[in-house]
Design a protein around this ligand. Structure first.
Ligand code: NAP
Length: 333
């Protein structure tokens, strides 16, 4: 039987997740949608066989035809809908960020802990990418010894006009922050940030170089940019005590001809992480059908927001900023 899903936020990624749930993955049906733009919600519902459009997320969550909720609205709007979904006991997938303030993240953690079991999966899709999973398996196998450093590179071809240097950390590097925590299995203790000189191709002083000091002493450097021009380039290399392991290039064919070799660079994140998004929602559907959640938790969402906050403080002050987390509840150990 199909899981009946209500989608809150029918913008770009909300519509892409609806496509994935209705055209790519088995086991799901969209029975309700809502968006702050009522007309957008109605037009998305009209393209689905049996979805109704609701005026608010609260109404959608209360809908008896909704078994599980997918939240893809703006990050600042996630908290009330997550709290309502947890109160209703409905499994929920929430796009990153979990919430835009640590106070909101802590309220969501408290609600889920009070509920007594995990209901929420946060949309850090890199954890479902086959390349990152292979990198983590290599590390876990002991092939390179204990990790000492992780080099992470996150280059976007271009960014929309409204993009700010704050978003370079809170929206873009937050993926590198989460994957660093996941790969290395530790929290971030402190963050420092340096900006390159003004990029003549854009308005921002970038790339940024972000240094994470992990709680066990390992180091992570993140190069993040949104104006690299040539494509969407993701790199990652772990330096271990006895070897190194790096993400492979993703193109299926490497051409050697006329004294040169070449392969394709993905154009954008939708292309690079297509498989990751599919696996992410496939695993969510399986867990949600059993009334629970898997993968990135609300704790992971909170830790990422707290680390990004420290990054923003470091960017503005040009000084090293400490990351202070609340005690981790047993639900997330
Ligand atoms: P978007 O195109 O602006 O879509 C967001 C939609 O939510 C818009 O239709 C917006 O309406 C609507 N909305 C805003 N507040 C709402 C509320 N209170 N209730 C219901 N709907 C509301 O943005 P997007 O790019 O799809 O991003 C949505 C979320 O996904 C963000 O949290 C973003 O960080 C995340 N995201 C994650 C990834 C990833 O790689 N995991 C990639 C892209 C986006 P208006 O346009 O009228 O404000």
């Amino acid at each position: 039987m199909s899981l009946r899903i209500g989608v809150i936020g029918t913008g770009m990624i909300g519509q892409d997740h609806i496509r994935r749930l209705t055209q790519v993955l088995p086991g799901a049906r969209i029975t309700a949608v809502s968006d702050i733009d009522a007309e957008r919600a109605r037009s998305v519902a009209a393209l689905l066989p049996d979805a109704r459009a609701h005026a608010t997320g609260a109404e959608l969550i209360a809908d008896q035809t909704v078994d599980a909720v997918l939240i893809a609205s703006w990050g600042g709007a996630h908290e009330p809908d997550l709290l309502a979904a947890i109160a209703a006991g409905k499994p929920t997938f929430c796009e990153k960020p979990l919430a835009t303030t640590q106070t909101a993240c802590r309220a969501i953690i408290a609600a889920e802990v009070a509920h007594g079991k995990r209901l929420v999966q946060v949309g850090f899709m890199r954890r479902f990418d086959p390349y990152y999973r292979a990198l983590r398996s290599t590390l876990d196998s002991g092939a390179i010894g204990a990790p000492l450093m992780f080099h992470s590179v996150h280059r976007n071809a271009s960014a929309p006009g409204h993009f700010t240097d704050d978003l370079l950390i809170a929206d873009t590097a937050v993926h590198d922050i989460d994957i660093s925590r996941w790969l290395l299995g530790t929290e971030v203790a402190a963050v420092s940030v340096l900006a390159a000189r003004q990029n003549s191709r854009g308005r921002l002083a970038e790339p940024l170089l972000i240094l994470l000091e992990m709680t066990d002493g390992a180091l992570v450097d993140i190069e993040v940019s949104v104006n690299i021009g040539f494509g969407y380039d993701i790199r990652g290399e772990i330096v271990g005590e006895t070897g190194t392991a790096a993400l492979a290039e993703t193109n299926p064919v490497l051409l050697k001809a006329e004294g040169a070799f070449r392969g394709a660079v993905p154009a954008d994140w939708q292309t690079r992480f297509r498989d990751a998004y599919d696996v992410e929602l496939r695993e969510w559907l399986t867990a949600a059908a059993q009334g629970g959640a898997t993968g990135p938790s609300v704790w992971d969402g909170y830790a990422a927001t707290a680390t990004a906050d420290a990054g923003l403080r470091a960017l503005r002050s040009r000084a090293r900023a400490l990351v202070t987390l609340i005690e981790r509840p047993a639900l997330y150990t």
